[in-house]
Write a protein that binds this ligand. Structure first.
Ligand SMILES: [Zn+2]
Length: 130
């Protein structure tokens, strides 16, 4: 099927005409049908979005910027971070149990190793005794 103005557009990053199905639909009330299409094709839009997240200014308030700021704080304040996490677990026991369960499912090997360490410690063996 030939591409026309109606069913295709040119991605500025590829520079080639592509069918509209290769562009993201974006809700936009002012546009015909209440949607518009992303400027770049899906592949290039993904790259652009990832770069925008990565380059978001620390004070931009985006969740990626906030997460990076929190991570920086946690890395430079390990003790305060441990205390903060412990307080959160204490005040959110069900969410904490659920998060722990998810971690166990996602990290079976690390979980077994943790259990082995715990048993060794309980038996009074040192880390080096296997
Ligand atoms: Zn493209």
């Amino acid at each position: 099927m030939a591409l026309t103005e109606e069913n295709g557009k040119v991605c500025p990053d590829c520079g080639v005409p592509r069918p509209l199905t290769e562009f993201y639909q974006i809700r936009a009330a002012r546009y015909v049908g209440g949607i518009r299409y992303s400027a770049s094709c899906k592949m290039h839009q993904k790259i652009r979005n990832a770069a925008a997240r990565k380059n978001a200014a620390p004070d931009s308030g985006t969740r990626h910027a906030i997460r990076r700021a929190n991570k920086r704080w946690a890395d430079s304040n390990p003790e305060a971070n441990r205390d903060s996490q412990a307080r959160w677990r204490k005040s959110h026991p069900e969410e904490a149990a659920e998060a722990h369960r998810r971690w166990q499912l996602a990290n079976p090997e690390a979980n077994r190793e943790k259990a082995r360490r715990h048993l060794r410690k309980k038996r009074g063996e040192s880390e080096s005794d296997a």
